[in-house]
Design a protein around this ligand. Structure first.
Ligand code: NAI
Ligand code: MG
Length: 354
């Protein structure tokens, strides 16, 4: 298969880990006889420096023509004092919005070698393997009005959803559950919020189309508690934008390292943006020691979700698992014994595994 991939390295370690992703993709292309073409574009702080905007028109055009997009990370202290339209993060928000990427998928899986690095008890996190499906373009973060009064005595934010916006994310979650252990937990606050009542209604309606998936509703406060006391009860979680933002950061502690977590932002036609959960890691940028696994696992998600290359995605994931089994780890992974390696060496081991 021929695929056009846009690479957006961005800032800091983004540059280093996107290079790793490319090497992994080259190995997959060779092994499975595909043809991947790459176009690298600027975004974030790097784009502000070159073109005076965090999301240049050329980058936007290239992304619209791509089959999928891989992004490293954006941001860094260099741009922290910039006015809001020249902030690197603005580039990422504009990109998601411009492409209509409404579903954010964050798989969270505890690798057995890393369980001891989690602040939670090993027996609690052991075996946890869940997927958070977060609505990404609606809700509180985008509702209008959102303003503070002139006298700064009152303030309003709006939590708004259209039925269609709920339907498409819920469908994505049911489809994801079908490919996994077929259990869906819908998280809301239906005892208080009207938006959550409609959310629950839509989930109940859609349920009929997925009789093989078991459905459960949980209130967000109790879900937050269960996520760290009994995470293995979850398979797929679907929830609105802000609840998903908070729960997915909470769930990231299950794995013990930020450098291991991939994510995808997709829409119905398969086009997607794939990026590690971590940021530009300014403290280690340029040193060649970043953990490339979050980026490499994001690449596996791209193969699976945008290209329907399931076997290829599994090959990448298995290679990562194997490398950890051998004890190879970057400095951020507190694995006892084994060999500590840098970004390039870690990537080479994964490529050899493939
Ligand atoms: P961060 O994720 O960049 O770093 C947090 C800690 O984790 C640091 O100690 C870092 O060295 C470590 N870390 C992160 N990724 C790693 C990797 N691949 N390998 C080894 N260690 C890793 O978060 P922080 O420090 O809060 O933010 C730094 C910059 O990144 C900020 O400008 C922030 O706005 C931006 N950021 C960008 C995101 C994105 O592009 N999606 C997401 C989060 C933050
Ligand atoms: Mg967040």
């Amino acid at each position: 298969m021929k695929k056009r991939i846009v690479l957006l390295p961005g800032d800091g370690v983004g540059q280093e880990v996107v290079q790793s992703a490319r090497e992994v993709l080259d190995a997959i292309a060779e092994q499975f006889d595909h043809e991947f073409s790459y176009q690298a574009c600027d975004i974030g702080g790097a784009a502000v420096d070159c073109s005076g905007t965090p999301f240049p028109a050329e980058t936007e055009d290239a992304c619209h023509q791509a089959d999928a997009i891989l992004l490293g990370a954006v941001g860094g202290p260099k741009w922290d004092q910039n006015p809001s339209h020249l902030r690197p993060e603005k580039g990422l928000l504009q990109l998601r919005k411009s492409l209509g990427l409404f579903a954010n998928l964050r798989p969270i899986k505890g690798f057995s070698q890393l369980l001891h690095a989690s602040p939670l008890k090993e027996e609690v996190v052991g075996g946890s393997d869940l997927l958070i499906v977060r609505e990404l373009t609606g809700g509180l973060y985008f509702g209008t009005p959102s303003e503070i009064s002139k006298d700064r005595e009152s303030v309003v934010d709006t939590l708004a959803y259209q039925r269609m916006e709920i339907e498409r994310i819920v469908e994505k979650a049911f489809q994801s559950a079908r490919l996994r252990r077929k259990h869906l937990t819908s998280v809301d606050k239906a005892n208080v919020l009207e938006s959550s009542k409609l959310w629950r209604e839509v989930v109940e309606e859609k349920k009929a189309e997925y009789p093989d998936v078991t459905v459960e509703h949980q209130l967000v406060d109790s879900a937050a508690m269960k996520l760290i006391t009994n995470p293995t009860q979850f398979d797929v979680i679907v929830t609105e934008n802000m609840f998903g933002d908070i729960l997915s950061d909470e769930a990231s502690v299950l794995t013990g390292s930020l450098g291991m977590l991939p994510s995808a932002s997709v829409r119905t036609d398969g086009v997607g943006l794939y990026e590690p959960v971590h940021g530009s890691a300014p403290d280690i940028a340029g040193k060649g020691v970043a953990n490339p696994i979050a980026m490499i696992l994001s690449t596996a998600m791209m193969l699976r979700h945008s290209f329907q290359m399931d076997e290829e995605a599994c090959a990448v994931e298995e290679a990562v698992q194997e490398v950890l089994n051998f004890g190879y780890h970057t400095a951020d992974l507190h694995i006892k014994g084994g060999e500590q390696v840098n970004t390039k060496e870690m990537t080479r081991h994964v490529v050899e595994g493939i």
